[in-house]
Design a protein around this ligand. Structure first.
Ligand SMILES: [Zn+2]
Length: 620
């Protein structure tokens, strides 16, 4: 590896079996089409899925559970609703839940057949990404079969969407699945099918992105449910443009940017989040980021950056989750604290975490600000890693419950939205742990894992071993077929106590190691070099909001510690901060309540059926 690790050689160096598709991202043809768009190359890029391997731990387990669940789901069942509408033979059992064609009635509080086939594209996407990670031939073949099977049901007018309740919602997910099937699993029919579908969808979509207020003001023949999510379309349309080079995708993406009522005000610092639907409006932030990357639109970068700040400072719980009852509230009114007494639907977990990972990854790539990695890991450890796995019949984990006294539970309906985002997110753990720069590698998540790349005929890797966040030490083993100069950047979380210890081969590094930054270690790395990071994890208390200063969550490092109890316990604040680590496998701390009762304080990942309080009362 050359001593000077130029961007070009580094990017070329990461070439692997998937590099042919990846190269188009490095020097994209669409970026120089001379039609006024000035694309931006963010300073950080994701590694290909295949370059990162998760080692034993909860992230790997979730990825494998999701991969197996959808690999083993019968093709005929997945394709049934599309075949039924197309008048083709439609063997196989009904999927059940939201996925089927008939039976929906809001009045009967029955969501059976809510949005037929809505998650098909997400299951294809999750499988395509899983193939990119594992190279599993059975997975690749399944993606190809599903794309072919779906394409056989698609006519030039996409009549599946006649009288369909939420056309933009389901189209967006099909769009993502077909793009991923092409990009990661090389499904030959995927992009032609995508274009045929997209051209037909124009007849079913509004002329522009509609806010919910605009949708409510328009008469709709289906009065039972009139919300659709046209404002989330641009991200995948921009990706389709990048994949195909076809300008009609780019022009269509521009049309569905919700600039007038959302991104415009957000870019000016005007907080228009209140009362909007939470997940889909966070998902829309990623459309703003694609507008920045594809068109060079600074306004959209400002909108996304401001909106994310508003999300964190006015809508978020200590866990990193947001949007009780799937809605944003008005800042300054104590809505988060009030929600603890009024709802168990505190955070739409798989969907919310998926959207949160996407926007933090985009913002991290563009800004290199470690704060976005801190936010990502908060959501990782306190929400999604504690979600129960999707069951064979489609029974799914949906809401995290932060009520005064809460419990984990299954969602009422089978195959809900959250069964679509979960397999996508679990695959995305691979592209979230490390990022690559012109001059080296960013270590963003601390997790047992390996990242591998090639450069100039040399092969290199970093292997992380850690029990983080249950322990505070991270070890990284450097491997390389030859010595090479590059920089390893390590995220030093903002919560970490003073003087994090960072050493190479047992010797403390001389450069700055400041909480809230990436610490940079540049040297000529040799095979067998060892990097060690030791973070102090002081206990701290976070109030739920300014109006409820005595309702607090106990935190250690990135972890919220939930009080295991049948009713909300009360503590003396100083006593709570004296909680002692226990030696049990759950990672509990033990705190004495005001009644001098020892209470187990447990991470969400370690909670199963027991009742808990996310927030406890402070008596003094
Ligand atoms: Zn969901």
């Amino acid at each position: 590896m050359a001593a000077d690790l130029s961007r070009r050689t580094f990017l070329k160096a990461t070439a692997t079996a998937t590099a042919a598709t990846y190269a188009s991202r490095v020097l994209p043809a669409w970026a120089a089409d001379g039609r006024g768009a000035v694309a931006v190359t963010p300073p950080l890029a994701t590694f290909p899925y295949s370059d990162v391997e998760l080692l034993d731990g909860p992230m790997k387990r979730q990825f494998e559970e999701n991969h197996a669940r959808f690999l083993n789901l019968d093709d005929d069942r997945l394709l049934k609703v599309f075949r039924q509408v197309a008048g083709l033979p439609a063997p196989g059992e009904d999927m059940g839940g939201w996925y089927d064609l008939t039976g929906f009635s809001l009045t009967g509080n029955d969501f059976h057949g809510f949005i037929a086939g809505h998650t098909f594209g997400q299951y294809v996407s999750g499988l395509a990404r899983a193939y990119a990670v594992t190279g599993s031939e059975a997975t690749r073949a399944k993606v190809h079969r599903l794309v072919r099977g779906y394409s056989e049901t698609l006519d030039a007018k996409a009549k599946f969407f006649d009288d369909y309740r939420l056309p933009a919602y389901t189209y967006d997910k099909l769009s993502c699945g077909l793009i991923d099937a092409c990009e990661f699993a090389q499904a030959p029919l995927a992009m032609d099918t995508h274009e045929k579908l997209t051209r037909a969808m124009v007849a079913y979509l509004p002329e522009k992105a509609l806010s919910r207020a605009e949708q409510r003001s328009r008469p709709h023949k289906d009065t039972s449910y009139t919300w659709d999510e046209s404002y989330t379309l641009p991200e995948n349309l921009f990706l389709a443009y990048q994949r195909s080079g076809k300008a009609f995708y780019r022009e269509m993406a521009k049309r569905y940017l919700e600039d007038d009522t959302y991104f415009g005000p957000l870019s000016q610092g005007n907080n228009v989040l209140p009362f909007e639907h939470a997940y889909s409006h966070v998902n829309a932030f990623s459309s703003a980021m694609q507008a920045y990357i594809t068109l060079g639109s600074e306004m959209h970068l400002r909108a996304a950056t401001n909106a994310f700040h508003m999300l964190e400072t006015t809508q978020s719980f200590a866990t990193g989750g947001w949007g009780p009852d799937e809605a944003f509230g008005e800042p300054g009114r104590g809505q988060l604290g009030d929600s603890l007494a009024s709802t168990h639907a505190s955070f739409e977990t798989p969907c919310g975490a998926y959207g949160h990972f996407k926007i933090t990854r985009y913002l991290l790539r563009v800004t290199r600000d470690s704060h976005y990695g801190d936010s990502m890991e908060r959501v990782l450890y306190n929400t999604i890693l504690g979600a129960w796995p999707i069951q064979a019949d489609g029974t799914s984990f949906y809401y995290s419950d932060y009520a005064t006294t809460g419990k984990k539970g299954w969602h009422r309906d089978k195959w809900p939205c959250c069964s679509g985002t979960f397999p996508q997110l679990a695959a995305d753990y691979h592209i979230s742990a490390y990022l690559r720069a012109a001059d080296g590698v960013y270590v963003n998540l601390f997790a047992p894992s390996v990242v591998r790349w090639n450069d100039g005929g040399g092969k290199y890797s970093l292997t992380q071993q850690t029990k983080y966040p249950f322990e505070n030490k991270v070890q990284i083993q450097v491997s390389g077929t030859r010595a090479a100069e590059y920089t390893i950047y390590l995220r030093i979380p903002a919560w970490s106590g003073s003087e994090p210890m960072l050493s190479v081969n047992g010797k403390r590094v001389s450069g700055p190691v400041n909480p809230g930054t990436f610490a940079a270690v540049r040297r000529t790395w040799k095979d067998g070099d060892r990097v060690e990071l030791e973070l102090s994890m002081p206990l701290r208390l976070e109030p739920v909001d300014d109006n409820h200063p005595r309702l607090v969550a106990l935190m250690r490092g990135p972890l919220v510690l939930f009080a295991i109890a049948n009713s909300q316990p009360a503590f003396d604040g100083a006593e709570l901060l004296r909680s002692q680590l226990s030696n049990n496998a759950a990672g509990d701390l033990i705190a004495n309540s005001v009644e001098a009762t020892p209470v187990s304080m447990r991470p969400f990942m370690s909670i199963d059926k027991e009742s808990y309080s996310t927030y406890v009362q402070l008596k003094s």
